[in-house]
Design a protein around this ligand. Sequence first.
Ligand code: ZN
Length: 366
Amino acid sequence: MVKVFIAPRRYVQGVGVLADIGKYIAPLGKRALIAWGPVVSEKFGAQVEQSLKDHGVEAVPFTFSGECDRGQIGRGIEKAKAENIDMVIGIGGGKAIDLAKAVAMNVKARLVSVPTIASNDAPTSAATVYYTEDGVMEGWDLWPVNPDLVLVDTQVIVQAPVRWFVSGMGDGLCTWYEAEAAYKGRRTSLAGGVSTLAALELARLCGDTLLEYGVDAMRDCEKHVVTPAVEKVIEANTLLSGLGFESAGVAAAHAIGNGMTMRESTRAYTHGERVAFGLETQLCLDNDITVEERLEAVDFMVAVGLPVTFEEVGLGDVTPDELMKMAEAFCSPGQITHNHVFTVTPYDMYSALVAADALGHSRKAK
Ligand SMILES: [Zn+2]
């Protein structure tokens, strides 16, 4: 079996690095398309463009709608071609970064990702997740290369609402349990091979870091300060989770969290929130997980405010028939649900969803 490990070429994390972005990107090119949404452009635009100028890089700003849909990506590609750029910088949340990846790959430019929130593990990965204009997940592409540079300014991350930070912990927590599940079955990861020891250990470190420092880090992030706990959790949410999910593997938690966007009521929740409930469900599916492991994860989710019940992911009014249809979709052929070593039938999935909701209610009551 062939093992494959993929990663960005450089990862930079620290207080104030955004103001110095020009220094880090100057070796990569001379003319950069900057993909960002209106809020990010307003907030950081002047600082970023000044730093680029100081280091001899021309900035070509491209403001997108905020949704990573094919129309927006097409507009970005047109602009990149017309402006003859040699690198694309995505600044913002996962959607800005995923859009930047798609544009850069289509015009064969260098790629830089600059997350302004630590809400998911898109920044280091080679994947773009596509949504429709209405926010329904539509599919994804895995590009042949990862970003040339990932730049994470921790002071910027803690200025964002804490909900994003907690969402990233939800996504990051999934990484370990899904990696372990995929590893047991020697399943092929997104990277295109089975997991290396390195990817598996990074995924484990991601989970351990969150369980140990997550609650402290959330408290500090609420106060908008960067502490050692915050630095560790940002690294877990971004670097460890990104390398872990991509090169070690994924499983039911992401099938559930992504699949539930088929129901409109779940779309108000973040990716990390949805997959956190997906993880709770996965832990109710998996016979190998001990009771202690399951409760440790769920109690952590309760402690940081991640969703553990149907109500908390917009499924409070779901009917049994509807839930069964969702369970069938989560188990459709080719779904990553089937990365587990055990068979998952729609009825198993239905049962686990109901069990997860009940478990969530019971742990919240404690
Ligand atoms: Zn994810």
